[in-house]
Design a protein around this ligand. Structure first.
Ligand code: ZN
Ligand code: ZN
Ligand code: ZN
Length: 597
């Protein structure tokens, strides 16, 4: 469950999203309504009451959309030593995925380091990936990084406002590894801007309200902005494109000497209402990271503190400060060399049935697995894995309901197989959904994909990352997926199916309904989340870590059974795609005569 979602097992939630909600489950209004007799005068008056979009509390005479407490949280919070920054951090951005950016950078550097040092001759140079890996590792430190500066441009209808970036938002920059994704830079920039934005606007900006543009308000070409930084640099900053897109600020160029650089703008697609008129407290300038901030502590320091965040009250020209990130470079010995075999998984084209087999004569593959985790979810941990010269992520369970770090090898294998089933099934449904939409001439967002995935078994004694005792030979199983950006967007919760207005969101809502229909009401897709990627010049949302609810609660971890199905039925709002595909009518009647929200 996510704190900000209003959700419950018995269908009396509104499914709303409240960033300042402070307890799990129902929002304050739904909690109140659940205690009252449906149809009573009191129930009716509470039901009609306006609700704060921040915390979810209902107020009889609420002015505007946000209550005083929520707007005060925004105004006073930052002054109290960054507490507010952390608050947004917890609620808005997956905290651990965020700290994982730092961790993944280390782990990637280390994994590569390990490969280069331990296996110099085995490194395949005949592949493109192998060549570029070798190249990037042979360049002197520093040249492998690209300095990205970010300013802000706020959407404006007036000519004056369109002229340039907003000086009150400040600008900042730091070097990034070529292997990092531009979407990770965007998350980072949004986080930085929100420290200021939330103070003056009461609410932080959402991911859907911002985009990257090149300095000078130049747009990205479709299908390019979710690439790795290295790929973006190559496409826009070399060859013929460079004359148009490369940064032309002489001062910046001089400051960066010979370092590769890109100048971007965070475009805010929301008109500013008197933006940044307050005199804001000064952000920490050029503060060096403490030694602990590079560790994988469970409670990471707010990432904003490590950035160059600059407040108002200065000339824009003087705001540019380089952050020293060299601390995190070149740490060795963090990967374990492993030998593994791959399971063979098939998905029946006709029925969608998934079958996984472990052939005895499977080819033995060589790889490296990171010793420290990249990210942690509620139930799974994620590690960096390389096989040959290809980078992947490897996932395993550490919590399946019997307590933390108490998952047997057999259970881990069983539930990872269910995870893979969910990926393969969803991919199968998605293919059918797309062709059904085509047949019915219904326009849907085509930028949706499901992550590839396969299972591997480590040969010999389990690696430290597996969390298994050393004598469990050949027992450590991992779910392996291609490496992606750590930037994640959520579309539904375990029991919350909020409505959305954008094409991608509407398509995923209809897709959930389509699966329910075509599975003969046996499957409700939940916890839909994805990472934005540019694949073959297309912008694609790659779905992963999906959850499902089935009548017998037997589809894997997080399956809430009939209650999970009911949550979908009571919250789903059919849209034009559902209707275009002639999906079944969904009744909002809750079982046992309990009235839904
Ligand atoms: Zn609610
Ligand atoms: Zn509020
Ligand atoms: Zn529908």
């Amino acid at each position: 469950m996510d704190l900000e979602y209003c959700e419950s097992v018995n269908g009396d939630a509104c499914g709303g999203v409240f960033p300042y909600k402070t307890s799990l489950g129902l929002c304050a209004k739904c909690k109140k309504l659940a205690d009252l007799e449906p149809g009573s005068a009191e129930h009716q008056s509470w039901k009609e009451m306006k609700q704060c979009t921040g915390c979810g509390v209902a107020w009889k005479n609420l002015q505007g959309t946000v209550c005083g407490r929520c707007s005060a949280l925004g105004k006073s919070g930052l002054a109290q030593n960054g507490g507010y920054t952390f608050f947004i951090h917890l609620n808005y951005i997956d905290r651990l995925a965020k700290s994982a950016i730092e961790a993944s950078r280390n782990a990637r550097a280390n994994a590569m380091d390990a490969r280069m040092n331990k296996q110099p001759s085995a490194h395949p140079l005949h592949t493109t990936a192998g060549l570029s890996n070798a190249k990037s590792n042979n360049t002197p430190t520093g040249e492998n990084k690209i300095f990205i500066s970010v300013g802000c441009r706020i959407k404006s209808s007036s000519k004056r406002g369109q002229g340039g970036t907003d000086p009150d938002c400040g600008s900042w920059g730091k070097p990034w590894a070529k292997e990092d994704y531009l979407s990770e830079v965007l998350d980072d920039a949004l986080n930085t801007l929100n420290a200021h934005w939330a103070k003056t606007h009461g609410m932080p900006l959402q991911r859907s309200e911002v985009d990257f543009r090149w300095a000078g308000n130049k747009l990205f070409l479709p299908g390019t902005s979710n690439n790795t930084i290295g790929a973006v640099y190559k496409e826009y900053q070399t060859g013929e494109m460079a004359a148009y897109y490369s940064p032309n600020d002489a001062k910046v160029k001089k400051a960066l000497k010979n370092q590769l650089s890109m100048a971007l703008e965070l475009y805010v697609n929301q008109p500013a209402a008197g933006a940044f008129m307050d005199s804001a407290p000064q952000g920490p300038q050029g503060r060096k990271r403490s030694a602990t901030s590079t560790s994988l502590a469970e409670e990471p320091a707010p990432i904003n503190k490590r950035l160059v965040a600059v407040g108002a009250g200065e000339q824009p020209r003087s705001r540019f400060i380089r952050t020293n990130r060299s601390v995190s470079d070149g740490i060795s010995n963090s990967a374990t060399s492993i030998r593994l075999t791959r399971a063979h998984t098939t998905c029946d084209v006709e029925t969608g049935q998934v079958d996984t087999a472990w052939p005895d004569d499977a080819e033995v593959l060589n790889g490296f697995i990171g010793k420290s985790k990249l990210a942690t979810g509620a139930t799974k941990e994620v590690y960096q894995l390389s096989i040959g010269s290809t980078l992947y992520v490897a996932k395993r369970f550490f919590e399946i309901g019997d307590g933390k770090d108490d998952v047997s090898a057999a259970d881990n294998k069983k539930y990872l197989m269910s995870e893979l089933d969910r990926l393969k099934m969803t991919a199968w449904f998605l293919r059918n959904f797309k062709s059904h939409a085509k047949q019915n001439n219904v326009e849907i967002s085509t930028g949706i994909d499901v992550s590839d995935g396969f299972l591997v078994r480590k040969l010999g004694s389990p690696s430290p990352a597996s969390g298994l005792p050393p004598m469990e030979f050949d027992k450590a199983v991992w779910l392996v997926e291609p490496r992606r950006t750590t930037s994640v967007q959520k579309f539904s919760g375990t029991l919350a199916h909020p409505n959305r207005e954008d094409e991608l969101g509407l398509t995923l809502i209809a897709f959930t309904h389509f699966i329910y229909d075509t599975s003969d009401k046996e499957l409700v897709l939940a916890d839909i989340q994805g990472s934005p990627m540019s694949i073959d010049k297309r912008d694609v949302m790659v779905l992963f870590d999906l959850m499902s609810h089935t009548p017998a609660s037997d589809s894997g971890i997080g399956d809430h059974g009939p209650a999970g199905i009911q949550a979908f039925l009571s919250q789903h709002q059919c849209n034009h795609i559902c209707r275009g595909l002639e999906l079944s009518a969904i009744t909002h009647e809750a079982p046992d005569g309990v009235e839904g929200d």
